[in-house]
Structure formats: structure tokens, C-alpha cells
Design a protein around this ligand. Structure first.
Ligand code: GDD
Ligand code: MN
Length: 417
């Protein structure tokens, strides 16, 4: 049974209601004029699946009811996936291929290109590997035609599910869904915001700059799109029979960073700070918090264990934390930045010392000004860490960041495609 709800804050009240299944409504209105639909299939090394999935999509969208086109968006696969559709369906104007020969590869970016190329208002995205059932496409499109702005194939409502997933993947998927719910208020009612199988009216994303990092373009749409009504249609995620999954460990970090950025946009904070910088700030704070623990542990070991004079212990502990922070920020916050590493290392030390001076002078001034000591210390920590962060941004790791852009201002875009 499909489920529909209205976005919070839309003119209508937030309601969850069951709707009749779309197949029933198709049958109920056989005389309705045909619906123009575009099916986007992102591919990377799917030569074993591509022709089957195209054939099935066309079959499930019969010409009496739908005026369908299929757009394969291939990231210049090594296995020449992009050649197959033209070879097999070359005569068929309903099938198109976009071969992306850019450095800017990626699933979500490919899907964004597919939306741009689509000639219909109703667009769906479906995986090539038959893990998403093409027979549910008509239901997704009919949901749009019945008034939904977004129709999502969901594994987490009645009649939906996942076939044969190992426990670890279920746990990861649940954890990711939970993170998405926390980060994105506007996607909260959606049971499967991580779905890669969905249909959307193009008007929902019109004028919205999609900056799809990594895998999850639906999150991007839920976070930035203009829409009111979302319908979820249940489906069972099948096992992959041929070819390999492209989901790698790096995608998890990408995903969490992407979520952080979207949560900034979703809360309209992107006028204050770019979403990318906000996420780096969060990662910097995380590394620094652990760095404080490192500092305390080294300090305790030296003073209590080895009986070192506290001042000397303080200096060693400080340096230990600086080294920890450098490694953590180099790896996590700035994601293995280019540039001379020795120079970065030296500059990070200088910035940290300046941060420390700002910390101690703020503490002194605040304490003498009569501000309670704990509050003074807190203010001093904020001031010191702020200097550390901006010093890192501006002078330690100033590498140009092509993905940095203010989501509220498309003019600052570095040319997403
Ligand atoms: N163009 C392009 N570029 N396509 C890609 C890329 C890429 O870099 N990486 C993967 N694809 C294509 C694959 O060829 C496939 O058609 C589809 O995107 C999904 O990739 P899989 O590697 O099969 O993903 P998965 O099975 O691990 O993940 C699926 O489950 C997620 C839900 O947990 C996908 O369906 C996701 O969309 C979905 O969110
Ligand atoms: Mn797959």
C-alpha cells in the first residue's frame, strides 16, 4: 500500500494517508492521455545488465499509457557499457545514452546530468543492476500524475523489503537512514530517504543547484527541492545477480559529509556559512575534542606516572595534541590535501601556538573582567579554536576547493555538472 504525506510547513497540514495503489488507478482510467516520462539509468560497468534493464523498463511503460524515454548515463565505463544501448536499441528513438568523459565522475552527478537531458516533466531514477524492480516504475509515475511531487520507492513500508542482505549492510543502512532523519528535518517523514529508486517532477528541482556529492541524490532533492506532496511506493530491493556493487568505504565518509552540508542548507544556515566550511568546522571540532583527550592523557602520564614538572609536561602534552590534530585534520577534515606536507606541518604548529596565545590572553582578560572563571575558560577555548580553524583554512590548507560553494548562491558555483 502506497503512503502519501505533505511536507511540514506546506499549506496543507501534515498528514499521512494510505492511497490506493497506482496500478489500480491506471486501470481505473484507461482513457487518460499518455504520460510523458523519462527514466534515468546511471551506469558504471553494467554491460551484463544494461540491455535487460532497458528492455524491462520499456516493457513496463507500455506505449498506450506512457510516452517513455530511457536515458542511460554512463561514466565512461571500462567495460564499454555505453556502447551497448546504441548497439541494441540504435533504431529506437526512446533510448538515449550520455557518455560522461569528465573527471567529475559519480553516481549522483550522473543522475543530475540525466535530469538535465530529460525531455519530460516526470523523471525516474532506477539502478541498472535490476536491484530495483522496473515493474514499479508505472506506479511511481502514476503517483506523480495523481498529484505527488516526489514518488519514492521505499524498502521500509509495508510490502517493501530487502532480499538477502547481510546483517552488516542492514545495520549500516539503518544507521545511515537514522543520520539522515536527524540531519534533515524536511526528510523526516520519508521512511526511505536513502532510496536510489524514485520519480520526481522536474519542477521540484527547477532552479535548484544540485550539488550531489557521492551517492545520495534523493537526499539532495528532499533537502533543497520545492515540493509539497511525497508518496512512497513499496518495493523489494533484489539481490544483485551480475556485475559488482560500486559502494566503497569512502562513500560512507562522503555520505556523512554530504548529510552535514544538507542539514546546513535545510536549516537555512547557508546564508551565514558555506555548507562545506560548516562541515569542515564540525570535523575540526571533532578532531580537536579528541585532541584534548590526547593532551590530558599525556599530561596525566607525565605528571602522575613519571613525575615530570607540570610546566614541561604541559608543553609536551600540547605538542602531542597538536600532532594529533594535524594528522586528524589532514586525513579527515581536509581529506589528504595536496601541497607540501612539511610546510603544512610547520604552519599548523605556528597556527596552534597563535591559537594558544589567543586562548590564554582571552582567559586572562575575561577573568580580570570579572566573568566567572568557567565561562571565561569556555570563551577562551572558543576564541583559541576559532583562530586555529581559520588559520588552518586560510594558511595551512588553503588548497582551492572546487566543490566549495554557497548553495544559496549559484553564482559562486565552480561549475557543477
Ligand atoms: N554513472 C555512474 N557513475 N553510475 C554509477 C556510479 C558512477 O560512479 N557508481 C554506481 N553507478 C550505478 C551502477 O552501475 C548502478 O546502476 C547504480 O549506479 C547503483 O550502483 P550499485 O553499485 O549497484 O549500488 P548499490 O547496490 O550498492 O546501492 C544501491 O543501494 C542504495 C540503497 O542502499 C543503489 O541503488 C543506491 O542508489 C541506493 O541508494
Ligand atoms: Mn546495486
Amino acid at each position: 500500500m502506497a503512503q502519501t504525506y505533505k511536507k511540514k510547513g506546506s499549506t496543507s497540514e501534515s498528514v499521512i494517508q494510505d492511497t490506493e495503489t497506482a496500478t489500480e488507478s491506471v486501470e481505473a482510467q484507461p482513457t487518460k492521455s499518455t504520460i510523458g516520462v523519462s527514466v534515468i539509468i546511471p551506469t558504471f560497468n553494467e554491460r551484463e545488465n544494461i540491455s535487460t534493464v532497458i528492455t524491462q523498463c520499456l516493457k513496463e511503460l507500455p506505449s498506450g499509457l506512457f510516452d517513455a524515454e530511457v536515458i542511460v548515463v554512463d561514466d565512461d565505463s571500462n567495460d564499454y557499457t555505453w556502447q551497448y544501448p546504441t548497439r541494441l536499441f540504435g533504431h529506437d528513438p526512446r533510448v538515449r545514452v550520455i557518455r560522461r568523459q569528465t573527471a567529475d565522475k559519480g553516481l549522483a552527478r550522473s543522475v543530475a546530468d540525466g535530469f538535465e537531458a530529460a525531455s519530460n516533466e516526470y523523471c525516474a531514477v532506477i539502478d541498472a543492476d535490476l536491484q530495483h524492480p522496473p515493474e514499479k516504475l508505472s506506479e511511481l509515475f502514476t503517483a506523480l500524475d495523481d498529484g505527488a511531487d516526489i514518488a519514492i520507492g521505499s524498502r521500509h513500508i509495508d510490502d517493501g523489503g530487502i532480499e538477502n542482505w547481510p546483517l552488516w549492510r542492514k545495520v549500516v543502512s539503518k544507521g545511515a537512514t537514522l543520520c539522515a532523519r536527524v540531519a534533515l528535518p524536511s526528510g523526516r517523514e520519508v521512511s526511505d530517504p536513502m532510496s536510489g529508486f524514485f520519480a520526481v517532477r522536474r519542477s521540484v528541482i527547477e532552479g535548484v543547484e544540485l550539488d550531489p556529492q557521492g551517492y545520495k541524490i534523493l537526499l539532495e532533492i528532499l533537502g533543497k527541492g520545492t515540493y509539497e506532496t511525497v508518496t512512497e511506493v513499496p518495493y523489494v530491493f533484489q539481490e544483485r545477480e551480475r556485475g559488482e556493487s560500486k559502494l566503497t568505504a569512502d562513500e560512507y565518509q562522503n555520505f556523512l559529509e554530504h548529510l552535514g552540508q544538507l542539514s546546513v542548507v535545510d536549516r537555512d544556515l547557508d546564508t551565514v556559512v558555506t555548507p562545506q566550511r560548516a562541515v569542515r568546522g564540525g570535523e575540526f571540532a571533532f578532531v580537536g575534542t579528541v585532541g584534548t583527550v590526547v593532551n590530558m592523557a599525556v599530561f596525566a602520564a607525565l605528571t602522575a606516572g613519571l613525575d615530570v614538572f607540570f610546566f614541561a609536561a604541559g608543553i609536551v602534552a600540547f605538542l602531542a595534541a597538536v600532532n594529533w590534530n594535524f594528522a586528524g585534520n589532514w586525513l579527515l577534515t581536509y581529506d589528504r590535501p595536496e601541497g607540501n606536507r612539511l610546510q603544512q606541518y610547520a604552519r599548523f604548529h605556528i597556527v596552534s601556538v597563535v591559537g594558544f596565545l589567543v586562548y590564554s590572553s582571552t582567559l586572562t582578560v575575561a577573568a580580570f573582567a570579572g566573568i566567572p572563571l568557567l565561562v571565561s575558560n569556555f570563551l577562551a577555548i572558543i576564541a583559541g579554536s576559532g583562530v586555529n580553524f581559520f588559520g588552518s583554512e586560510k594558511s595551512v590548507f588553503p588548497t582551492t576547493r572546487p566543490t566549495d560553494r554557497n548553495a544559496a548562491d549559484p553564482n559562486t558555483s565552480a561549475g557543477a555538472n
